[in-house]
Ligand binder design. Sequence first.
Ligand code: PMP
Length: 401
Amino acid sequence: MELFRRASKVIPGGIYGHASPAAGLPNAFPYYAERAKGCKYWDVDGREYLDFMCGYGTISLGYGHPAVEEAAAKQREKGSIFNHPSALMPELAETLTELIEFADWAVFGKNGSDMTTWAVQVAREFTGRKKILKIQGAYHGVDPWCTPGSGGIIEEDVAHIHPFPWNDLEAFQTLVARYRGEVAALIITPFHHPSFGDSEMPEEDFFQQIEKVCRKEEILLILDDIRAGFRLALEGSHTYFGFEPDIACYCKALGNGYNISATLGREYLRVSATKVFLTGSYWNDAVSMAASLICLREMQSAKLPSHLEKLGRKLIKGIGNEALGHGFKMRFSGPPAMPFMRFADEKNFFQLQRFCALAATEGVFLHPHHNWFLSAAHTAIDIDHAIEAASRAFALLAKEQ
Ligand code: PMP
């Protein structure tokens, strides 16, 4: 609180964005972190948390993964930013386009928003069309065309952005028909993971129908795999659901905490990709690319997706059972590797917030309105500890009823 008071004088809002206490649990969640290792972190007051947010998904292998840290340190000795990219850039592009089969090229940025906005521009450049379809409530970043915020946005920013509900093929087709010949792209996540709402998986055939319509209408299919990428399938989440995008954007799991994002695309988009100006002061950063190359290798050797799925299943089963034992019923949604939890009968999130606050006091960090993340560093024993902590939190919650 002392740090936050200081911050409030020199930083608008003190802590902003998704880390803002207002967006979490004021007075119950830690405000500032000090250090982290594996699947645990410590706040500035020295409290330890078993972590199920993994830096909002950026930590795929565990905090401070030795091989990634070693690669980053080695590169840091040589340098991070030069006047030019390093040889690591083509190597990383080769590695990614080999792994993610549909793609023929890759470019790099620092954050997810860099890539979704650029991908949308490439689609507009390629098709000569203005309109972008997206899913209602889907998050693609902070740029004016997609921000969930309202500050500083003018109506022209979203004049050509047309949302429709997840899994609603009819609404999709209606928009396609209404704007025939005007739609440059559909941008879509591999499953729907809104904040403050259940995650939704694609219905059988959803992506296949979407893909068919997109091909017929020459609408580009942009996969926003920033959150789920490498967690559901190392070869890209489209392989998990059986479809092929034209462009895909990655970020979170790609660097195990080193800041890097990537967009991959098909051959026929190469010329358009060269025409949409793409640069940033730190975007050629060799340290993140060195980290990313090793991160990709380690995610493969850890068989990350099956590890996350197995532990995710254990976690939700264990927490679900402990809840029942204390008279509560939980609802889990989304893939087990990235679960979303809420109280089955609760319309608002108040009880869930109280539960997560109590869980934090019991040493486990569970988010009250966002999907959770696991990492390769989590073990079955960590999951047992998390379930035990959740059980204590349910017991405290039951006493408060
Ligand atoms: N797309 C999705 C699906 C995301 O989850 C996020 C980040 N939460 C973004 C885009 C934006 O990424 P960034 O915050 O790195 O700009």
